[in-house]
Design a protein around this ligand. Structure first.
Ligand SMILES: Cc1cc2nc3c(=O)[nH]c(=O)nc-3n(C[C@H](O)[C@H](O)[C@H](O)COP(=O)(O)OP(=O)(O)OC[C@H]3O[C@@H](n4cnc5c(N)ncnc54)[C@H](O)[C@@H]3O)c2cc1C
Length: 321
């Protein structure tokens, strides 16, 4: 019986395509980074590109995001060079009223899909393999069929997975959940079908902020929302980071005031005090010390600032005077 069954190695070899796919660039990951890189290579060179991603369509983590996600910065600042994501319009209603458009998750996904279907693939210079895992420098494998492909790369392998973005829907939490507690990733919030007594939001990054804002927007009173925040963040005011001539003085003025604060600051604490006093940085609760900067987490915490690019004393502009 054993002799009739092929060994695992034989099965694997059977699934290897005979010819290697050759390309100038192998781009691992078709998220925003990989797509923007491919777009520029297509514009500036005549190179041939192989793109491999384990998702079923381009856009990376946006495929896993919660349904009410939107960009936190104007669409004008996001996407690839060859194609505008922004409609060049300002929101007329909602909390972004009067400011330039913020694409929602579905729009971001549609944008990257169109870039692939209407520009990359018709160019004849891009081969795209969705639903495939790159398993080594010269091999990738279909997650659906197990089919393996060898790759011959002439110029570079581009790792566009470096950001390792993870959203709550893709992994279990790093804490335990009490039995009986109804626990969902925020992707499932719009599926709530029965009124709940209270809502507890865990996490204080953009995702946690979005969960709180969405609940408030849907009419859940603030007294019914508990927000567990491991650390408070410094936030940038979006009204001061806008495209458009009419925002020129607000936006460039804000940058100028930030540089002035950097030059005048006598310590890091003094710098952040100055930035807050000038309205360049915001805090949700000014009575609580913030421990991360401008929405960028400082993973090393307040006690050790030497590794953070915002805090690094190696940066002479930020070194204590
Ligand atoms: C909810 C949310 C909102 C955000 N909003 C903004 C915003 O408004 N503005 C902004 O500038 N940034 C925003 N960001 C930051 C965001 O990380 C970047 O905008 C950007 O989308 C990251 O793209 P990426 O290509 O680096 O990574 P990803 O989107 O993670 O793409 C990497 C891709 O590589 C694939 N991959 C990984 N390993 C392999 C492998 N071995 N084989 C094959 N495929 C592989 C992954 O499946 C994924 O599809 C947001 C992030 C989140 C989570």
């Amino acid at each position: 019986m054993g002799k009739l069954l092929p060994s695992i190695r034989q099965i694997k070899d059977h699934r290897m395509t005979p010819d290697a796919i050759d390309a100038d660039y192998l781009i691992v990951g078709a998220g925003a980074a990989g797509m923007a890189f491919a777009d520029t290579i297509l514009t500036d060179t005549d190179a041939r590109i192989l793109m491999v991603d384990r998702h079923h369509r381009p856009g990376g983590h946006w495929n896993d995001a919660y349904p009410f996600v939107r960009l936190h910065q104007p669409s004008a600042f996001y996407g690839a060079n060859s194609r505008e994501l922004s409609h060049g319009t300002k929101d007329a209603v909602g909390w972004n009223k009067g400011l330039y458009d913020l694409a929602g998750g579905a729009e971001v996904l549609g944008y990257f899909d169109q870039l692939m279907q209407q520009r990359f693939l018709p160019s004849g210079r891009v081969q795209y393999f969705p639903m495939c895992n790159v398993t080594s420098d010269d091999e990738f494998e279909s997650v659906l069929t197990g089919q393996r492909h060898r790759v011959k790369v002439k110029k570079k392998i581009v790792d566009a997975t470096y950001a390792a973005t993870a959203v709550p829907s893709t992994h279990p939490p790093k804490y335990s959940v009490a039995p009986g507690a109804r626990f969902v990733p925020l992707n499932d919030l719009p599926k709530v079908a029965q009124p709940q007594a209270d809502y507890v939001v865990v996490g204080s990054g953009k995702t946690g902020i979005d969960a709180c804002l969405w609940l408030l927007e849907q009419g859940v009173g603030p007294e019914r929302i508990r927000w567990i925040m491991p650390r408070d963040a410094w936030l940038l005011d979006r009204a001061k980071i806008q495209p458009g001539d009419e925002f020129f003085f607000d936006t460039i003025g804000s940058f100028a005031r930030q540089f002035e604060a950097v030059v005048a600051a006598r310590s890091l604490t003094d710098l952040f005090d100055r930035l807050e006093a000038g309205g360049e940085l915001l805090r949700i609760d000014s009575s609580v010390p913030a421990q991360s900067h401008s929405g960028l987490w400082c993973p090393y915490g307040p006690a050790s600032t030497s590794h953070c690019r915002w805090c690094a004393p190696a940066n002479p502009l930020l070194a204590p005077l």
